[in-house]
Design a protein around this ligand. Sequence first.
Ligand code: SF4
Length: 165
Amino acid sequence: MGLELTTTRIEDAANWARKFSFFSYPFVTACCGMEYMSVTSPKYDIARFGAEFPRFSPRQSDLMMVVGTITERQGPVLKRIYDQMAEPKWALAFGVCASTGGFYQNYSTMPGADQVIPIDVYVPGCPPRPEQVLDAIILLQNRVQEARGHSQVRDKRAKLAAESG
Ligand code: SF4
């Protein structure tokens, strides 16, 4: 029996753990909510990706799922909740309304949640299929592992700026 050794960097190990333990905060405002329920049902088994536990407190969440249309009046609320989430954190726009405002071209609808918070992954569709959402989770996992999420890049830049004085 030989001795097996694995080496890695602390950051890579932490990112590996993070990508398999998303705690999502579902910010559900509209009809995409039905599809969100499908995604979290046993049929699609989101637990395979370690993302099965929604948290209804932003302080215990690290993945904001913006599910549905965001109005201009909801924008500041979305931002406040996102700001209260644990770091590092990620955000997923679930459906075309959360991504771009969808077919609502009016004064009250925000043209995408990225007007107020940084979005890491956009999922198209009205509503998106659960498989698309799972695909987006896998995409996000890769991004987290490579430290390419918005909050990770921001932290890296802040560290570099502090080191360079
Ligand atoms: S993308 Fe379609 S299903 Fe989702 S909230 Fe907008 S209108 Fe509703």
